[in-house]
Design a protein around this ligand. Sequence first.
Ligand code: CP
Length: 303
Amino acid sequence: MSRHLLDISGCQTSELEGLIERASALAAGASCACRQGTVANLFFEPSTRTRVSFEMAARRVGLQVVNIDQSGSSTSKGESLADTGRTLSAMGVAAIVLRHAENHAPAQLAAALEGTPTRVVNAGDGQHAHPSQALLDAVTLHRAGFDDWSRMRIAIVGDIRHSRVARSDVALFERLGVAEIRLAGPDAFLPDTGEMPAARRFCDIDQALDGVDAVICLRIQRERIESTGYPDGDSFQRQWGLTEARAAKLAPHARILHPGPVNRDVEISASLVDSPQSLILEQVRAGIHARTAVFEWLIDAAG
Ligand code: CP
């Protein structure tokens, strides 16, 4: 079977650890050898961080990049995603990086490309998975000095139900052996009972934050919420936001993460985004290295 990066569950733990180690080495200044080929960035949902960092990472390993959005692709004329993928593969594209609103769209694309040398990278599908974000979160924590996962307590707070980042983070942290993964949010934003069984659920943010080493804040993902019954920004901040008062109770070594985009003064106070405890821009930097490691891993396997 061809190698793709579709979700955390599709990778062996040794591969995940290898990607984190390689990305950390790249972040510390390791060089990478040039590969040849072209990457197609197929972004059918908005993105700043993921699209740009995949493009920068591809160039870093010597790959050419073509950027295609939905309105500029022939899917807007009725072509299926599978046929778009086969077309790009016929042109010799080495990898397709896909962001899509539908859960499992990257896996369907990979199935359509079976037997071709073209690799698929999931850059976020619906609320299902965002594996490169999870990898960069782990790289960020590792580089911030958290080098023993078995002693770490990590809280993920906010709209977990609609979050592909939360699903991939929990899956990766579980694989790495994180001691305790906590989920906190209003009932409507917690995953279904039975999903993410390894994580502890909290209905009180202050309890969830007690004694953690890291907190990952998540925005309300309104683009994936059909009902209008979710909290407004003010009441969400009061009950579930990482406020200055809440952050003041964190341990001095605890760090704050957010995958972005941030809604300041909703899920996190504006001042905390720029505080010394925040790793948010470190996550952005780690994203380039994590995605560089992903391209090396994919292209070399295709070799
Ligand atoms: N974290 C993340 O996926 O951000 P973008 O939507 O800007 O890519």
